[in-house]
Write a protein that binds this ligand. Structure first.
Ligand code: AHG
Ligand code: MN
Ligand code: MN
Ligand code: MN
Length: 349
């Protein structure tokens, strides 16, 4: 009797996508499968929790405790996850360089290793404040094309090579280490979600065409920053809170997980809007989240799923980056809400 249901693996999905580009070399697929392998390794480490002696920021554990370029104390899992990404991807021959939240400067592919035509930028462990309390964390990645002179010369990648607007991303995605481990990615033809089958160690296609509904009644923002918000953000949130008795004429629900990957996943699954806007808390930091390895990959996924991502003032994917670790105000999710927030920024207070 023939099987009525033939599950698709990540590998099969990527091969299928590649068929649409007859000239494609397969390099991107190799890269994405290496990234997926890194995520599987991190998922295992996360699953062991304290048993793996990997949580805590101040414990006398073997790694972590250093301050990264953002001024954050690295947790052991931040450092280990970064190491896993580097080890899994350095030798694949698909990359001309890598950059991450946890490294001040770009990582050069070691001498003697083959180099390729892509750049990989990542947040190896997102939501690391949640590690110690067993709440979902994730990894986020963005794939860019290496500038031609970098590929031709074989020199080491510099910061400038990574400063490309989000609309140039070739692929982007995240892994979510929650009750199940899921991988969500886009190679520029919509968004697909995969669930890790722990028995097989394979990512299986479970969410073939993720779409973000245009409308929502759910928002996410860290309300403890309310006194630092700019007037358009304050107006938007006040109107959500006023619910049925305010100008929106409907009640809103609120969520805040403090792992952007988990918030992005919820929004991809059922809609919603997320804001970590530019605020006046620290004028040296125009926003909390980072453009190249948080805002851009999530922005790419949102736009590919029919949602929107914005700084509040302009589309996120149009922003020309100026620094590797640049921070930016970020609003993403259901298109109607993101467009409304942009409109509030344009209207006089
Ligand atoms: P990371 O753990 O990679 O440094 O990122 C943490 C980010 C993001 O995941 C989350 O949305 C935000 O920080 C949480 O901010 P608050 O601490 O203000 O809640
Ligand atoms: Mn961090
Ligand atoms: Mn992060
Ligand atoms: Mn991180």
């Amino acid at each position: 009797m023939p099987f009525s249901h033939h599950p698709t693996t990540l590998t099969q999905y990527l091969i299928e996508q590649r068929r649409r580009f007859p000239g494609a070399s397969g390099e991107l697929n190799t890269l994405l499968l290496d990234v997926a392998l890194a995520c599987k390794a991190i998922a295992r480490t996360v699953a062991f929790g304290v048993l793996g002696r990997c949580t805590g920021g101040t414990d006398p554990t073997p790694v972590g405790g250093q301050v990264n370029v953002q001024g954050e104390v690295q947790k052991p899992l931040d450092v280990l996850s970064n190491r896993v990404f580097l080890q899994r991807n350095a030798g694949s021959g698909t990359l001309a360089g890598m950059a991450s939240e946890e490294m001040d400067a770009p990582y050069a592919i070691p001498a003697g290793q083959p180099r390729g035509k892509y750049l990989l930028v990542f947040d190896p462990l997102d939501g690391s404040s949640n590690i110690d309390v067993n709440v979902s964390v994730g990894s986020i990645f963005s794939v860019l094309r290496a500038p031609q002179d970098l590929v031709d010369s074989g020199r080491d990648a510099t910061e400038a090579d990574f400063l490309q607007p989000g609309c140039t991303q070739v692929a982007a995605g995240y892994a979510l280490y929650g009750p199940t481990t899921q991988l969500v990615l886009s190679v520029g033809q919509g968004v697909a979600g995969f669930t890790l089958d722990p028995n097989l160690g394979e990512f299986m296609l479970t969410h073939p065409d993720i779409r973000v509904p245009r409308q929502t009644q759910e928002f996410a923002i860290n309300a403890s920053n309310a006194r630092f918000w700019e007037p358009p953000v304050k107006r938007y949130v006040d109107e959500c809170l006023a619910g049925r008795s305010g100008p929106r004429d409907k009640d809103f629900n609120m969520r805040w997980i403090a792992s952007m990957v988990a918030e992005a996943h919820r929004i991809l699954m059922r809609g919603g809007v997320f804001l970590y806007p530019r605020d006046t808390k620290d004028l040296a930091k125009p926003g909390r989240l980072r453009l190249l390895y948080e805002a851009n990959p999530v922005g790419f996924l949102m736009e590919q799923a029919g949602g929107r991502a914005s700084t509040g003032r302009e589309p996120m994917l149009a922003v020309p980056p100026t620094q590797l670790h640049q921070r930016i105000g970020l609003v993403f999710g259901s298109a109607d809400e993101v467009e409304r927030i942009e409109r509030y920024h344009r209207e006089p207070a």
